[in-house]
Ligand binder design. Structure first.
Ligand SMILES: Nc1ncnc2c1ncn2[C@@H]1O[C@H](COP(=O)(O)OP(=O)(O)OP(=O)(O)O)[C@@H](O)[C@H]1O
Length: 269
């Protein structure tokens, strides 16, 4: 069963006429991790936002997005809102931007769980406490009373992963979840993603330009350049035997940059 299927997705800016994503098709299979890699500006984030139907303003999209076989492009906005969080959940690059700065993080977390499951405060806090402890966030109840600016970037990413654990969606989309973090926090957050997959068996769409991280977590890879998919296949096929010159270029330049991260993952730093 394909959890997420993207068929002929195109995204463009109506104001300028510029194409952002061109006729993109890929499949995320149940329980697998598919990574989208490519340089800055290649259309990775816009692909994720198009799947979530979160592109606004003059941005338009065409093509089909099937979630568990259901064409989510056909849903009303109210129905789509119900799918976001409960069926497909997005973890973004900058944890700070995902939370309301004027309210303690716990308020946002409890509200999300109330919206999707109708849980009251104590039920939501019970589930969140377990989820937060499982991503190594200590003293979760105290932490829920803190404002976003009182937490580090790595902690906020782990809070988002904990929320994903609590929501138990079918698909998690993680858009550059480690990019804004230092090497140690990157290591910790990637470890939590690995655990999240092990515990939930969820399907993960993982966007990154850090090929060291992708090597650690992905089963399958899609390579994007200038809004187009130039190569796709299993991690071994794309990283081991790539024939496309752009992928080879990415591999040679990015893996060098990732070496420090890799040495930490392997305990050599
Ligand atoms: N709101 C927007 N309106 C118009 N064009 C946009 C908008 N957001 C992004 N773009 C353009 O779409 C293209 C793809 O951007 P996107 O953010 O998807 O790239 P990316 O591969 O995710 O890059 P990065 O790794 O830097 O996040 C870029 O040329 C960008 O300038």
């Amino acid at each position: 069963m394909n959890t997420l299927e993207v068929k002929g997705l195109s995204v463009w800016d109506e104001a300028t006429g510029s194409a952002i994503v061109r006729d993109s098709s890929f499949v995320l299979r149940q329980g697998r991790c598919l990574a989208i890699v490519g340089e800055s500006g290649s259309g990775k984030s816009m692909t994720c936002k198009a799947i979530m139907r979160l592109n606004r303003g003059t941005i338009r999209q065409s093509g089909r997005v099937l979630l568990n076989g259901e064409d989510i492009g056909e849903l009303s906005e109210a129905e789509m809102r119900k799918r976001r969080g409960k069926n497909v959940c997005m973890i973004v690059q900058n944890g700070m931007a995902a939370f309301d700065p004027s309210r303690p993080v716990g308020v946002h977390l409890r509200e999300t769980l109330r919206t999707h499951f109708g849980w009251g405060r104590s039920e939501a806090e019970g589930v969140l406490r377990v989820a937060m402890e499982s991503v190594m966030l200590r003293e979760p109840l105290e932490l829920m009373n803190k404002y976003p600016h009182q937490l580090s970037g790595g902690m906020l990413q782990r809070v988002m992963i904990a929320l994903a654990l609590a929501l138990r969606p079918d698909v998690i989309i993680a858009d550059e979840p480690t990019t804004a973090l230092d090497a140690i926090s990157q290591y910790e957050v990637v470890e939590q993603f690995v655990r999240l997959r092990e515990e939930m068996g969820c399907s993960l769409l993982f966007v990154s330009h850090d090929l060291g991280v992708v090597k650690k977590i992905a089963d399958d890879v899609v390579v994007m350049k200038d809004g187009m998919i130039v190569e796709s296949g299993s991690l071994e096929a794309v990283f081991g035997g790539s024939r496309h010159s752009y992928t080879q270029y990415l591999l040679s330049s990015r893996l060098t940059l990732s070496r420090h991260f890799q040495s930490i993952m392997e305990g050599g730093a």
